[in-house]
Design a protein around this ligand. Structure first.
Ligand SMILES: Nc1ncnc2c1ncn2[C@@H]1O[C@H](COP(=O)(O)OP(=O)(O)OP(=O)(O)O)[C@@H](O)[C@H]1O
Length: 299
C-alpha cells in the first residue's frame, strides 16, 4: 500500500516556486529519504504532507486518503518539523504529558517508555529551553513517536545531534522500520541518507531531479582515501611500485581512488609503514551533496 502519494504538488511564495510539481510515492515499510540543499523546498513539501499549509496545485494522499480538513488518520502519523520543542518553560516530562493529553492517549506507560527509548531520563525534569539542541531534537522525536504511529515524517531529524546521537537516532529509525513503521525523512546530508534510507528523492530548487535506490546512489558517489606522510611524493612512488595508483592533490595530500584501498585503507597504512613512512593521517572521503550535484545534475 502507498503510505504517501503526492501528485504534481506545487507551492509558490510570490515568484518563488518552493515546490514545483513534485510527484512521489512512498510504500508501506520503506525508509524514504528526501534529500536537498538548504532552500530546496524540503520543509515546504513536508508541511504540505502534514496539512500545515495548503498546496497551490496538486494533492497529497496519506494511506490513500486525501489530506484535507476531513482527513481523519492523524493518529497514525508522527512528525517532527523544524523547531522541535513546543513549551520551552515546561520540563521534558511535562512537555510529554501535555502531548499525551493532546493526543488523548490511554496508556500511561507510553511516557516512561519513550523517555527510556530516547535516552531522556537524565533530563526528565529539565526545562525544554535549557536542553542542548541535540536533546531538544530527542524530545521532538519522543513526541513524534510516543503514540506509536505507522508513519513518521521527520524534517532533518539528525540536526544538532553529536556523532554519538546521530548513530543512536540512525539505529532507532532502522529499528522502527524493522518493526513495520514507515519513515519519510529529509536531510541535506547525502552520506547520512545513504546510510539509512532505502530510496532517495533528490530535489533541487523545488523540482524532483532524481529518485534512486541508495544502493545505486552509493555506487555513483565518488570515494577516495586521503593520506598524509612526512614525504608524500616518495610515498606516492612506493604505492605505485606496489601497484596502487596514487597522486598528490592541490593540498599536496596523497589521493587514492583504488577500490581495494577504499574498502581496506589499512593496507595503505601497512604498506607505507613497512617502507618507513607511517601515515600521520589516513581517512576515507565520500563526496557530499554539493559535489554530487556538480558531476551528475548540474549541466
Ligand atoms: N513562508 C515563506 N515565505 C516566503 N518564502 C518561503 C517561505 N517558506 C519557504 N520559502 C522559500 O521557499 C524555498 C524553499 O524553502 P524550504 O524551507 O522549503 O527549503 P528547505 O529545503 O527546507 O531548506 P532548509 O533546509 O534551509 O529549511 C526557499 O527559497 C525559501 O526561501
Amino acid at each position: 500500500m502507498e503510505f504517501i502519494t503526492t501528485s504534481a504538488l506545487t507551492k509558490k511564495y510570490g515568484p518563488t516556486l518552493a515546490v514545483d510539481e513534485i510527484s512521489l510515492r512512498v510504500e508501506e515499510g520503506e525508509m524514504y529519504g528526501f534529500l536537498g540543499l538548504n532552500g530546496a523546498g524540503k520543509t515546504t513539501l513536508i508541511r504540505m504532507l502534514l496539512g500545515m499549509i495548503r498546496p497551490d496545485g496538486g494533492e497529497v494522499r496519506l494511506f490513500g486518503q486525501k489530506v484535507n480538513r476531513s482527513f481523519n488518520a492523524w493518529n497514525q502519523v508522527g512528525y517532527l518539523v523544524e523547531t522541535p520543542y513546543a513549551y520551552p518553560n515546561l520540563s521534558v516530562l511535562e512537555n510529554l504529558k501535555v502531548y499525551y493529553h493532546l493526543r488523548q492517549l490511554k496508556d500511561p506507560g507510553l511516557i516512561d517508555r519513550i523517555i527510556e527509548k530516547l535516552k531522556l531520563n537524565p533530563y526528565r525534569y529539565k526545562k525544554a529551553a535549557q536542553l542542548s539542541l541535540g536533546n531538544q531534537q530527542r524530545l521532538g522525536l519522543a513526541k513524534a513517536l510516543m503514540h506509536e504511529p505507522k508513519l513518521l515524517i521527520l524534517d532533518e531529524p539528525m540536526n544538532g545531534l553529536d556523532p554519538e546521537g546521530i548513530v543512536e537516532v540512525r539505529q532507532l529509525l532502522r529499528e522502527l522500520v524493522s518493526t513495520g513503521s514507515t519513515v519519510f525523512l529529509s536531510s541535506h546530508l547525502l552520506s547520512e541518507m545513504a546510510k539509512v534510507a532505502s530510496r532517495v528523492a533528490i530535489i533541487h530548487q523545488g523540482r524532483l531531479v532524481k529518485e534512486i535506490s541508495t544502493h545505486d546512489l552509493a555506487k555513483q558517489l565518488i570515494q577516495k582515501v586521503l593520506v598524509d606522510t612526512r614525504d608524500n611524493p616518495r610515498a606516492v612512488a612506493y604505492l605505485a611500485e606496489a601497484g596502487t595508483e596514487a597522486s598528490l592533490n592541490s593540498e599536496q595530500e596523497i589521493e587514492i581512488l583504488d577500490e581495494k584501498a577504499i574498502r581496506n585503507p589499512e593496507m595503505i597504512t601497512k604498506l607505507l609503514a613497512e617502507k618507513g613512512l607511517p601515515p600521520r593521517q589516513v581517512y576515507t572521503f565520500t563526496e557530499d551533496l554539493e559535489s554530487y550535484f556538480l558531476h551528475t545534475i548540474k549541466p
